[in-house]
Design a protein around this ligand. Sequence first.
Ligand code: NAD
Length: 342
Amino acid sequence: MTFRILVPDAKIVDARLFDQAGRTGVDFDLTAVSSLDELSDDQVAACDAFCMFSVKPCDDAFIERLERCRLVVRAGVGYDNVDLEACARRGIAVANVPDYGINEVADHALAHMLNMVRGIRLFANRIQNEGIATGWNWQHGVHNRRTYRRRVGIIGLGRIGTAFARRCQGMGMEVWCYDPYLPSGGELAMQVTRAETLEELLGACDIISVHVPLSEETTGLIGKDAIAAMMPGTMLINTARGPVVDIDALYDGLKDGKIECASLDVLPVEPPDPEHPLIKAWLAREPWIDERLTLTPHAAFLSPDAVDDMRNKAIHLIADYLEGKPLKNCVNGQLLADKDRR
Ligand code: NAD
């Protein structure tokens, strides 16, 4: 029996890479669309599994069209763009691939932190923009700080938060975390200080790195109130999901100086709206924000090895399940069980 896996991301996933995975009994319907609406009804109805890399969202209306499908896989960590309940209602399992780029994202968060505290982008800009005569001047380094024994606060001590924590500990930093779902003792195993509330963490650490999933609870977690609770001169890093940081509040926090510098790999809307005041001011290189904000284009996960791992792990997870092996990384198991009980 041959199973059909529909993958609408041929723009980012090369067909040859699928061939190299060497799974027999699996047909890939690899197609390039920019919206799931562009897929034909026959194509959607015929697939046994659906695998999404970047085309989204997988919402109720799309799931309705998945007639044969038994599994939806988000080839990545975040599955905030898949309607888990709608899938469960139709008996479709949902899984993610959480273990392809943990170290890349942790490296990226660290790179953002070091860029801020060592002034890398700032110094390079000054040299290029002002010329050697005035740009070659260490006194431009107004944001430079010592990290040794400095506190860093991690929001969400999961896989990536832990990988980031270990890097910071290796540099001699004092690591704190806020994660209400971390089992008791997790902080002792990691030798980090646990804050019981977000406010406690924000009041104790002036470098903050966000590593939570996007959920109702985490949307806008770093907003006006959180920024008010921060230490003066906080440096903020977000490599998790854009909507976790309210960028209107961030604009105000940077403008009034409460936040000294911010580094974002993710934004609430991607690519960002060039007319949003934060983005507009930064693109225009307004002096108050130019060297205090750094953006990267949702690239924290990126390395050729991570992309290979993401693809291979997704393919093997799907093929194993369709062949009758247990499903790895199921993220709607409880919803499926609730539906079966009803
Ligand atoms: P994870 O599930 O292992 O860890 C998330 C942690 O956040 C968990 O420990 C959880 O208990 C904690 N958490 C949940 N809600 C919280 C809350 N309200 N307050 C504080 N902590 C909370 O996930 P992960 O693999 O470490 O990934 C973290 C996030 O990074 C993902 O959800 C994804 O959105 C993002 N990510 C981004 C990129 C990128 O390229 N920028 C790549 C991969 C992952």
